[in-house]
Write a protein that binds this ligand. Structure first.
Ligand code: 0X9
Ligand code: ZN
Length: 418
């Protein structure tokens, strides 16, 4: 029995080693998505144990339930551990490759005809930003928010329409999307929002555009996003090479605020929450933080993630509240109410991650709030099912995001923030 277990574990380790060097698109053939329910400590122990055994491409523990994606060669050992821990596990998705396949055939596009019925890789998103900056030279410019490990730029679009009084310094709004590579809906809705700002005839939207100096970054982890599009759909981290054979750090655990204290690991091979070798070890977070710190008059910082369908306020690793927590909740409620009017979708929150999700240190939102004192700071978790969202429905969430931002700034104005 011991020998059998040893052989199983070594062959699993062998498989996971080869799996970390991906030459072609990982199919996820036979991978099962389980939902586990039961004692929260046992769920955490189970996930930790599976993570020690092999690379687990997706896990999400929230109290008495946990979701986990299990490779076919691990199914037997996983189900045995579930039984021994007195937990219940149900298969939510029998073969994850079917989702990947449907995305690969139907919803990705290359080329100049940029739209919001398909997902585009980073080069096409950047081409779109370049084209927009050329077609709106008076009100937009390309901005470089930072650099990446693989030598890309973190490219964004600044929208700052000319105002009558040229000396007017408009309040700055920063939008961060795609820090997690696999959350494809976030770059898509962010370019959708850019398009709304620049082309909508809705006077509320044009007023929103004209009031602020926007710095909008659809994909702040472009190496990871490209890898997720071309090699491994479940990739979340950056693509830096650590001292072991594993790649990447979680760019939302790498900021210099309570680094590695909660919800992060020092294991470079963890698929999800490796905090990096030190705060700002990743060139992406380091350079982007410098860019953000250089902005004068930063009123609002908004980060987009998926897919918990909630609105988070700082801080993410503590149940303590910021001094304007009540305002942030009021503003957030109006934002969510505006969003709800579009598709009837209810979001959880506004609340801190520690209260409604899990504690997580080293995130961008907390760093911005703590180090820069930016008054309005939010993280929106958009919708989806295990990071999948049909391409033909991007506009549905794009419209929701546009309304949520309209609501946010309407209530912020009511409360005298600008
Ligand atoms: O864990 C995260 O980083 C976010 N959830 S996700 O499923 N998109 O990965 C939550 C972010 C909470 N906010 C911060 N830690 N700043
Ligand atoms: Zn995320």
């Amino acid at each position: 029995m011991f020998l059998l277990h040893f052989l199983l574990v070594t062959s699993v380790l062998q498989l996971s080693y080869t799996a970390s060097i991906q030459d072609e698109y990982k199919t996820y053939k036979g991978y099962k998505l389980y939902r586990v329910v039961g004692d929260s400590q046992e769920i955490l122990k189970l996930i930790k144990m599976m993570n020690q055994l092999a690379e687990i491409p997706f896990y999400d523990a929230r109290g008495a339930r946990g979701d986990i994606l299990i490779a076919p060669e691990l199914v037997q050992i996983f189900e045995e551990r579930v039984r021994l821990a007195n937990l219940q596990a149900n298969v939510e998705i029998g073969d994850y490759s079917e989702i990947i396949r449907s995305e690969k055939t139907g919803s990705r596009r290359k080329g100049s005809d940029f739209s919001w019925t398909a997902y585009y890789d980073v080069d096409d998103i950047y081409k779109y930003l370049q084209n927009v900056s050329k077609s709106h030279p008076d009100s937009t410019e390309l901005v470089v928010g930072g650099q990446t490990y693989e030598g890309r730029q973190i490219l964004g679009l600044r929208i700052n329409t000319p105002s009558e009084n040229k000396s007017d310094n408009k309040p700055v709004v920063f939008i961060e999307s795609g820090i997690h590579a696999r959350e494809w809906i976030t770059p898509a809705t962010t370019t959708y929002f850019i398009n709304e700002l620049l082309t909508s005839n809705n006077p509320d939207v044009t007023a929103l555009r004209d009031q602020f100096d926007w710095h909008i970054f659809p994909t702040v982890n472009p190496d990871g996003y490209h890898y997720s599009m071309t090699r491994d759909r479940m990739w979340r981290k950056t693509r830096s090479k650590s001292s072991t054979y594993c790649y990447g750090a979680d760019p939302n655990r790498n900021w210099d605020h309570n680094w590695l204290q909660h919800g992060a690991t020092n294991n470079p091979c963890d698929y999800q929450t490796y905090g990096g070798s030190k705060p700002f070890s990743e060139v992406e977070t380091r350079t982007l933080s410098e860019y953000i710190a250089s902005l004068e008059n930063l009123l609002a910082y908004v980060a987009f993630h998926s897919d918990a369908q909630i609105l988070l306020v700082p801080y993410s690793d503590s149940v303590e509240h910021t001094d304007n927590y009540d305002d942030l909740v009021q503003i957030g409620k109006t934002s969510l109410e505006y969003g709800r009017q579009v598709n009837g979708e209810e979001y959880g929150g506004p609340a801190t991650a520690a209260e409604i999700l899990y504690k997580a240190s080293g995130g961008s939102m907390d760093w911005v709030r703590e180090k820069l004192g930016t008054p309005i700071v939010y993280t929106y978790e958009l919708r989806g099912s295990y990071f999948h969202w049909p391409a033909e429905k991007i506009n549905e969430q794009g419209d929701e995001v546009t309304q949520m931002l309209l609501g946010l700034f309407k209530e912020a104005k009511n409360l005298g923030y600008y």
